[in-house]
Design a protein around this ligand. Structure first.
Ligand SMILES: [Zn+2]
Length: 385
């Protein structure tokens, strides 16, 4: 961890601008700076000629990977497996995400998250609890029998674990969560995301004022944008303080709607990429189980028996490629959607999401065509293609 390293020869994107003819200097796991290539010193030199060096990807919604699903394996090993699987696709920080489940599984997941933080599992950023305080009307693949209102004990449990976890995001629906609860969560530094909700524009805006910071998988499992009722989608686009995660696999949201949302989003909050990935990522699994229900993997989709989409079969690098190649976004903006913007959502921009002096040396080396070469977390190579 103490080593000085110098990555030379790559085009470097620091999250803001490109740097040509420069080297990335790393010391003790952090970025020391981006310097003219010639300067040498005692650093170990890594030749990255012809490659792109970009900030590591940050995925705020990851249910599983490498064969492990947090709901089914709420353990330290399960989290290790998920983080390692996504590192192969450029993700250097992620929130293992628990889909609505029983109280016991939630408590076990929180304990596993606390253990992962204590063990400094590479890539572990914190947890995302998606549910159970959602709307049955917009349940998606969540088991309606497990959806329920937020009680005092739920709030207490979440407030008690945020510091030990490092970061915590919770997806809630106003139908089963009060504004006062949202305020209490936000005041404690928990990132509240509105999702799986059928409320209208006014209510969504009121919850944003109460402290909600983002919305969960924009367009999916929420009231849509109508001409007289702008819905949660309208609230997310029209409210400058609300960020919005989006799944860029081409199945969850039509590329035309994605383009409209990106052009219509009011800042400074931004639309960012999430994978919503499940256990099969990085494996050849063709099915798996969630709360005892079988989910099938076919042709890039994951579905319940009735055809309901149940998470996504996409990794973060493919998501970046999708918005760059299919939507025509400039490469740097596609990369920001996977790194700088999610860091902003979580309030961790001072150390992750960009490669600036003092930030964590979390980065990815890619070919100019956005092919995978290697992934680095805290200045250490954790994956090489
Ligand atoms: Zn969801």
């Amino acid at each position: 961890m103490t080593g000085k390293r110098k990555i030379t020869g790559a085009r470097i994107f620091d999250g803001i601008d490109w740097h040509d003819g420069c080297a990335l200097l790393i010391e003790a796991g952090h970025v020391k700076g981006i310097v003219a290539s010639g300067a040498s010193g005692d650093a170990e030199t890594i030749d990255a000629r012809g490659l792109l060096l970009v900030p590591g990807f940050i995925d705020l919604q990851v249910n599983g990977g490498g064969g492990a699903l947090l709901n089914e394996e709420p353990t330290l090993d399960g989290i290790r497996q998920i983080c390692a699987a996504h590192a192969k696709f450029g993700t250097t920080a992620l929130l293992p995400t628990l889909i609505t489940d029983t109280r016991e599984i939630r408590t076990k997941s929180i304990e596993a998250g606390v253990a992962a933080r204590a063990a400094a599992v590479p890539g572990f950023l914190g947890l995302h609890l998606e549910g159970p305080h959602l709307s049955v009307a917009r349940k998606g693949a969540h088991d309606p029998a497990l959806i329920r209102p937020m009680e005092d004990a739920d709030l207490t449990e979440m407030l008690a674990c945020v510091n030990a976890l490092g970061s915590l995001m919770v997806t809630v629906a106003p139908e089963n969560t009060t504004k006062e609860q949202v305020r209490a969560l936000a005041d404690a530094g928990i990132v509240v995301s509105l999702g799986h909700t059928d409320v209208g524009f006014e209510t969504a805006c009121a919850y944003a004022k109460a402290g909600a910071r983002t919305v969960t998988h924009l367009f999916n499992a929420m009231s849509g944008l109508g001409h007289r009722e702008p819905g949660v989608v309208g609230a997310a686009l029209a409210t400058g303080t609300l960020h919005a995660g989006i799944i860029a696999d081409g199945f969850h949201v039509d590329p035309a709607s994605m383009g409209i949302a990106l052009r219509g989003k009011r800042g400074p909050a931004q639309i960012f990429l999430v994978t919503d990935a499940m256990s099969p990522i990085g494996t050849d699994m063709t099915s798996f189980f969630l709360n005892g229900r079988e989910i099938l993997r076919k042709d890039g989709r994951l579905t319940l028996a009735d055809g309901t989409l149940a998470g996504a079969d996409i990794d973060m690098l493919s998501s970046v490629r999708f918005v760059h190649e299919k939507l025509g976004l400039p490469m740097e903006e596609a990369i920001r959607m996977a790194s700088a913007y999610p860091a902003d959502v979580m309030g961790i921009a001072s150390h992750k999401g960009r490669l600036l002096p003092g930030t964590d040396a979390d980065f990815v080396l890619l070919t100019p065509e956005l092919g995978m070469k290697s992934t680095w977390i805290g200045g250490e190579r954790v994956f090489a293609a």
